[in-house]
Design a binder for this molecule. Structure first.
Ligand code: MG
Length: 406
């Protein structure tokens, strides 16, 4: 049975900030959901999150997997931040999911926004924060409880747009009908405990109302940051006509297909930049080299040899292999004056089939010289045992000399 995603969304500036740098994306056509939390002076954070989401959508549209698409989003944000002085230093988190065939949500992730899975009433965090506090917890230097009040909790260790390269975490999440996913910015998780999140997700069946309830809870707790919440219901789709439709019922303020923030997104062709080519080249180059070397060896095998054959009624020297190799056919190097009729029956048969594999033209010529010497020997009955070399002209024996049969 096909699965579909039913998405409820809410985003809010919070109670402290004066503008909302978070953004989200729900694209039912692509089966794509994402949350981005931008940072940077003035309006730059909003530009960063909107740019990332537009680039993400364009990359998924062009067939990239979610991890590559997040990398493309990094390219787009980095490009903008390094070419526009007003946007210098901007960055964004990005947590994006695509529903893949076989009931797996692939989550690509950079930063401290999060994805959760509610399965059988149990809430499980899918992503790992790229934050200083998370690293300190993992290193055993502080506890989860201490982290909640740690002043460094908003410091992130990885974001899009900061460096030309970014490491993207990929989390495959097997999902079944009845599961519920949560994608959110740290404006929710910094304010609301996971137990409270689990309660809200478990008790409110409508995904939009659940999203709204979580935003309200974050604001009630202080709302010190922008808050963005996607509540995603995984639903068995009995009459599915498309692969992975996403339905966003009663979407609040933003239209379902647009990021929540006004976007000065790059044109799609901006993604085709040299750095992208370099990424492609980096894995393509070894293949090109291997194919090139194999081709070279094949050409060498096909061409670096000579054989003795026939050309009309004469013995001839060819470069290549009898019959050719793939599309490299043998080429005529030299048509000798030696007539095939002057050869013995066995020699003629062998030469007609293409005789020998000579490593050089000279050694093929030497073989023809030997055939010529034997032919001359047969036409002069007196020389049965000794033939002075001087009596056998190497290549210039007139054809008529060998032609007359005894
Ligand atoms: Mg935030």
């Amino acid at each position: 049975m096909t699965l579909k995603l039913v998405v409820g969304a809410a985003t809010d500036v919070g109670r402290v900030r004066d503008h909302n740098e978070d953004a989200y994306l729900v694209d039912d056509h692509l089966g794509l959901i994402a949350v981005a939390d931008g940072m940077g002076g003035h309006q730059a954070g909003e530009v960063a999150s909107a740019t990332a989401l537009e680039a993400l959508r364009a990359a998924v549209t062009s067939g990239e997997g979610v991890r590559d698409a997040v990398t493309s989003a990094n390219d787009a944000v980095y490009e903008k931040s390094t070419t526009d002085d007003r946007l210098r230093g901007m960055g964004t988190t990005l947590t994006a999911g695509t529903l893949a065939a076989g009931g797996t949500l692939l989550v690509g992730h950079v930063g401290d926004s999060r994805a959760y899975l509610l399965h059988d009433g149990e809430l499980r965090r899918v992503t790992v924060d790229h934050s200083l506090v998370e690293e300190l917890i993992r290193a055993g230097e502080i506890t989860e409880a201490e982290a909640e009040s740690d002043p460094r909790r908003s410091m992130i260790t990885r974001a899009l747009g900061i460096d030309p390269e970014v490491e993207v975490d990929l989390f495959p999440v097997p999902v079944v009908g009845g599961d519920r996913l949560l994608l959110c910015s740290d404006g929710l998780t910094g304010m609301v405990r996971e137990s409270q999140i689990q309660d809200a997700l478990s008790s409110e069946p409508d995904p939009n109302r659940a999203a709204r309830r979580l935003v309200d809870a974050a604001n009630a707790a202080g709302g010190v940051d922008n808050i963005t919440v996607l509540v995603v219901d995984v639903v068995d789709d009995e009459d599915a006509t498309t692969a992975v439709p996403i339905v966003a019922p009663n979407e609040p303020a933003p239209p379902p297909d647009e990021p929540v923030e006004p976007s000065s997104a790059p044109p799609a062709d901006q993604r085709r930049r040299p750095r992208r080519w370099w990424r492609i080249l980096r894995w393509a180059l070894p293949i090109v080299i291997v194919v090139g070397v194999a081709g070279g060896v094949l050409i060498w095998y096909a061409r670096d040899t000579y054989y003795v054959g026939t050309n009309l009624s004469n013995v001839a020297i060819y470069r290549g292999r009898p019959g050719g190799v793939l599309f490299w056919n043998p080429t005529l190097e030299q048509r000798t004056t030696l007539l095939t009729s002057s050869l013995t029956g066995g020699q003629r048969q062998s030469v007609k089939a293409g005789h020998g594999q000579f490593s050089s033209l000279a050694s093929a010529q030497a073989f023809v010289g030997e055939l010529r010497r034997q032919a001359a020997q047969r036409t002069s009955p007196s020389t049965t045992t000794t033939v002075p070399p001087t009596t056998t002209p190497p290549t210039t024996a007139p054809p008529t000399a060998a032609a007359p049969a005894p």
